[in-house]
Design a protein. Sequence first.
Length: 202
Amino acid sequence: MRWRGTGDLGGQAVPRPVVVLVAVAALVYAADVISKLIVVATLTENVPVPVLGSLLRLDYLRNPGAAFSLGADGYTVVFTLIAAAVIVAILRMAHTLASRRWAVAFGLLLGGALGNLSDRIARSPGPLRGWVVDFIQLPHWPVFNLADSAICCGGALMVLLTVLGVRPDGQVERGRDAGEIPGGETGAGEGCGGGTGAEAIR
């Protein structure tokens, strides 16, 4: 018996890449939205709260710019449109994914982009011009949020997969004739072989 949206691995259900993408994006989005709601409800803007001394502080800021409090007011609509374009691009190519690792990478990007886009749309000063809630502060690093972290992790994973030769279509540059992907994925995106590469998922 096999559930819709899953593959089969020796009788064990294995999620298809698109299912992995949606699940990762949903988890990231939920964590980002919930964390921001808690921050807005419990913290005072521009009043840092030490968590681990000077190593980690919660510092509630409203950011009109890009990720990690970069950019400046006046370009908020531009950042909003860029985020929307990224989301549309990921959704359009989701059905072509045959690699679960790439699905995780795109899921991180999608969830993070949705999290910050929600702020742009729903928060003041108005739709498409809303300021993003940032609150995580590390030493010598711009203040950021969980969505920013997910976007960076997704981008880093994409770079790593590219270096390893793993493609979104499930093929691998090395050993392409065998159709095997290091770590067990096959060219079809289902099943698991005896690949020797390390898992790229963080």
